[in-house]
Design a protein around this ligand. Structure first.
Ligand SMILES: Cc1ncc(COP(=O)(O)O)c(C=O)c1O
Length: 405
C-alpha cells in the first residue's frame, strides 16, 4: 500500500505521540506525571454546557451555514469589539472546527504551491506541517540565542519575492513569551508596506500574566479598508478550556472569508451545531471562568519557575502568558528528544522536546496541571539530571535508583 508523497512528508504530532506513550504507561499502572499537556484542566463554563445541552435536547441537530450560526458570529463580532477595539461585520467572520482548522483553511485559501510562509521560532508544531500540506514552503526565523522574540532585522532578511504571509503567535506556544508592543507595531507596519498577509494566532490572548495584555494588532493597522491583509485567528479552546468542542474562528477581509467559506463547504460543511451552541454560550455568558483560569495559571507559572530556578544547569525566561514554559536544558544534554525520552523512562515525567518547536536543547513544560504534579514532576526531573541529587527516590511506594551518571 502506498500513501501520497505529501502524506509521507507530514510529521507525526509529537505531543499526540507523547500523550499516547504516557497513556500506555498509565494503563500499566505507572505513576506518570504529564508535563506535556496542551489543555487546561478546568471545567467548561456552565453557560457553554447549558447552551449546548439545550440544543442537544431539542433533538434538532442539523447542518448550519458553513460560516457558522448567526448567534455565534454575533458573539464573535462583540468579542472582537471588546478585545480588539475593532468593528467588524458578519462578512468578516468564519467559524471553524478549532483554530487549527481555521489556520488550515486559511492556508488553503491564500497559499499557492511554492509560496513561502515565515514562521517565528520557537513555534507551534503544526505551523510548518500545515504550510506543507498546502504545498507551501515554511521559512523558519529564529530568535537570537537565549531569546524568544526574533529580531525584526532577521525577519525582514527572510522575506523574499515568494513570501506570502508571516504567522505571529503571541502569547506564544511553546515559550509563553508575549511579544512587545513595539514589535507588533513594527511587524504590522512592515506587512502593510510589503503587502504580505500577517496572520495573528491569538488563541492564548486572554491567558497573560503580571497585569500585561497581548497588544491587539489592529491598534497599529493603517489599512482599515476591505483589502487589509491582517488576519486574526482565535477560538474557545484555551481561554474557556473547551478544547473538546473544537470551535475556532477567523477574522479577515470579505474576499478571504468568502473564499474560506467555499473551502470549508467542500471539506467539513460546517462545525458541529452542538459545539457552536456551546461556544455561543461561553462567549455570551459569565466571563469569570476565564479570569479564574488565568489566575490559576499565573500561580502555577510562579511555582514552576521557582522550582526550575533551583536547578544549577537550567536557564529560564519566565513565561508571560499561556501555560507553557521553555527552559534551556543544554547544560545537561543537547539533544532534547533524547532528554525527553530519558526523563520519561527514568523519572516517568512527560515533557516535549524543544526540537519539535524549532529550538534544540530546550524542553517544553506545561503548568496547566495540578500544583502537586508541577512540584513533583520538577523534583523528579531534578533527581534524574542533577548529579548532586540523592541516589534513590520514592515514587509512590516504588524506590528508584540512579544507575546512570
Ligand atoms: C498556537 C496554537 N494555535 C492553535 C492551536 C489550536 O487550537 P484549537 O484546539 O482551537 O484547534 C493551538 C493548540 O494547541 C496552539 O497552541
Amino acid at each position: 500500500m502506498s500513501v501520497s508523497q505529501l502524506a509521507r512528508e507530514i510529521r507525526e504530532s509529537a505531543t499526540l505521540r507523547l500523550n499516547e506513550a504516557a497513556r500506555l504507561l498509565k494503563e500499566r499502572g505507572e505513576p506518570v506525571i504529564h508535563l506535556g499537556a496542551g489543555e487546561p484542566k478546568s471545567k467548561v463554563p456552565f453557560d457553554a454546557v447549558l447552551s449546548s445541552s439545550v440544543k442537544l435536547r431539542s433533538a434538532d441537530i442539523r447542518y448550519t451555514p458553513t460560516e457558522g450560526i448567526p448567534s455565534l458570529i454575533q458573539a464573535i463580532i462583540r468579542y472582537t469589539e471588546e478585545n480588539y477595539n475593532k468593528v467588524i461585520g458578519p462578512e468578516n467572520v468564519i467559524v471553524s472546527s478549532g483554530a487549527k482548522q481555521a489556520l488550515y483553511n486559511l492556508m488553503m485559501t491564500i497559499i499557492n504551491p511554492q509560496d513561502e510562509v515565515i514562521i517565528l521560532a520557537p513555534h507551534w508544531v503544526s505551523y510548518p506541517e500545515i504550510v506543507k500540506m498546502v504545498y507551501g514552503i515554511p521559512v523558519i526565523v529564529r530568535a537570537e540565542d537565549g531569546r524568544f522574540q526574533p529580531r525584526m532585522k532577521d525577519i525582514t532578511q527572510a522575506v523574499s519575492s515568494y513570501t506570502k504571509a508571516i504567522i505571529i503567535n503571541s502569547p506564544n506556544n511553546p515559550s509563553g513569551a508575549v511579544y512587545s508592543e513595539d514589535f507588533i507595531a513594527e511587524i504590522v507596519e512592515f506587512c502593510e508596506k510589503k503587502d504580505i498577509y500577517l496572520i495573528m494566532d491569538d488563541i492564548y490572548q486572554k491567558l497573560v500574566f503580571d497585569g500585561k495584555v497581548a497588544v491587539p494588532c489592529y491598534k497599529y493597522a493603517k489599512d482599515n479598508s476591505d483589502s487589509s491583509k491582517l488576519i486574526v485567528i482565535n477560538g474557545v479552546s484555551k481561554m474557556y478550556a473547551m478544547t473538546g468542542f473544537r470551535i475556532g474562528w477567523t477574522i479577515a477581509n470579505r474576499k478571504i472569508i468568502t473564499a474560506m467559506i467555499n473551502v470549508a463547504a467542500q471539506n467539513t460543511s460546517c462545525p458541529s451545531i452542538v459545539s457552536q451552541a456551546a461556544a455561543t454560550g461561553a462567549l455570551n455568558g459569565v466571563q469569570s471562568s476565564v479570569e479564574s483560569l488565568r489566575l490559576t495559571l499565573e500561580n502555577n507559572r510562579n511555582i514552576m519557575v521557582n522550582e526550575l530556578k533551583s536547578f544549577s544547569g537550567v536557564k529560564i525566561i519566565p513565561p508571560e502568558g499561556t501555560f507553557y514554559c521553555l527552559p534551556d536544558f543544554r547544560a545537561y544534554r543537547m539533544n532534547s528528544n533524547e532528554l525527553s525520552h530519558f526523563l520519561l523512562e527514568k523519572a516517568l515525567v512527560v515533557t516535549v522536546p524543544g526540537s519539535e518547536f524549532g529550538l534544540e536543547g530546550y524542553l517544553r513544560l506545561s503548568y496547566c496541571g495540578s500544583v502537586k504534579d508541577i512540584t513533583e514532576g520538577i523534583a523528579r526531573i531534578k533527581w534524574a539530571l542533577d548529579p548532586d541529587s540523592p541516589n534513590e527516590i520514592y515514587i509512590g511506594d516504588r524506590k528508584l535508583r540512579r544507575d546512570w551518571k
